[in-house]
Ligand binder design. Structure first.
Ligand SMILES: NC(=O)c1ccc[n+]([C@@H]2O[C@H](COP(=O)([O-])OP(=O)(O)OC[C@H]3O[C@@H](n4cnc5c(N)ncnc54)[C@H](OP(=O)(O)O)[C@@H]3O)[C@@H](O)[C@H]2O)c1
Length: 345
């Protein structure tokens, strides 16, 4: 398992001339995806989100007349239907995602992450878009918190929505993607450690044994575009990744920056020691395909043309796909990844 390289993406031309809508297009993933798709020769990208200031800032950052900014809330079905007129591909990235905020306001996350996602599905069906891709998370696997539970329901809604497809009327392929924390994304541990070391504060370690999968934004984008290209409908795709331990990460940062003291603060409520992307039960209906895994829920398997994925293999030698059981990134390579991420600048 190494760095994921999906060479087919850049040759695919799948996105050339397409009209794309990104819910949550002003977010960190939305903006990175927009940038990548503009290089793929798309016709238009509609950015769908609530906050006008974020849209104005994004518009002036990109200055590209293929971008359209639509104010709207995914809780509002009729606004989504209007936004999806003539759209070919929908990337559904809008979500409430901050765990402590959601624990305090759980029903708000149900309204956005669950009911909003069903609205996205219904609007995709109404406008008969080609593909609808939901951006999921490891927190949905055997969820410990409300965020994970709402994202699990989002996944379930997406992969089972093939049940609504009428052959003579609908062509939409619904697919869900699952991956963990993107290195350096807001709220993640690397920027926090960097800030603490630079301020000569103690770095706060939850548990030195904690492990996480390693995924840069570029790798996440490669994975998203490749999965979008090959999806037949109703799959959950998961990238094959390497991992790092918090202890290894700390040592890499100390060597790159400086050494400070440390404090063990214990695992936060709702947090897991290791990141799990496929749990023990799901392994039974998961397949290895190219540089990814594919989970096919038995209740919807009949909708998926599994035969169309040649060279796939049933997962056989894994009890669960967890960050503590995969190859760890050596320290020197981790240092290079951090340097190349621009997070130290
Ligand atoms: N960051 C990670 O490491 C990571 C890892 C795995 C999966 N994911 C998933 O990837 C997706 C994007 O994450 P991100 O890091 O880009 O999040 P983010 O930066 O917080 O962006 C979220 C986006 O959703 C929009 N939004 C929120 N509620 C909305 C609503 N009701 N209607 C319309 N738009 C709404 C926000 O804009 P407004 O507030 O203006 O509406 C913003 O554009 C999420 O679904 C998340 O669960 C993220």
């Amino acid at each position: 398992m190494g760095k994921i390289i999906y060479s087919l993406v850049s040759n695919s031309h799948m996105f050339r001339g397409k009209k794309i809508l990104i819910t949550g297009g002003t977010g960190s993933l939305g903006q990175a995806l927009t940038s990548r798709l503009l290089n793929e020769d798309v016709d238009t990208i509609r950015i769908f989100s609530r906050n006008e200031n974020k849209q104005i800032t994004m518009a002036s950052k990109f200055e590209d007349d293929r971008l359209r900014f639509l104010l709207g809330d995914i809780r509002d079905y009729s606004r989504l239907v209007r936004a999806m007129e003539d759209i070919d591909i929908v990337f559904h990235a809008a979500a409430l995602k901050h765990v402590p905020v959601i624990e305090y306001n759980p029903f708000e996350s149900i309204k956005t992450n669950v009911i909003g996602s069903q609205n996205v599905i219904d609007a995709c069906l109404e406008e008969n878009v080609e593909k609808a891709i939901a951006i999921g998370t490891d927190k949905a696997v055997s969820p410990l918190n409300t965020y994970g539970a709402t994202k699990l329901l989002m996944e379930k809604l997406f992969v089972t929505s093939s049940n609504y497809l009428k052959k003579e009327r609908h062509k939409t392929k619904f697919v869900a993607l699952r991956y963990g924390n993107v290195l350096g994304s807001s709220g993640s541990v690397i920027p926090k450690f960097i800030k603490q070391i630079k301020n000569k504060e103690k770095i706060t370690i939850t548990d030195p044994k904690m492990t996480r999968f390693s995924l840069s934004m570029d790798e996440a984008l490669d994975f998203i575009l490749h999965a979008t290209k090959i999806a037949k409908g109703s799959e959950i795709f998961v990238p094959k990744l390497r991992a790092y331990s918090i202890e290894g990460l700390k040592e890499s940062l100390f060597e790159l920056l400086d050494r400070t003291d440390e404090e063990i603060i214990g695992i936060r409520e709702g947090e897991k020691l290791n990141e799990i992307l496929i749990n023990g039960d799901e392994v039974r209906y998961s397949w290895e395909y190219e540089d990814m895994y594919m989970i096919l829920n038995p209740s919807v398997q009949k909708h998926v043309s599994i035969e169309e994925f040649s060279n796939k293999k049933k997962i056989s030698n894994m009890s669960e796909y967890s960050s503590d059981s995969v190859e760890k990134i050596p320290k020197d390579e981790m240092k290079k990844i951090i340097l190349n991420s621009g997070l130290l600048d």
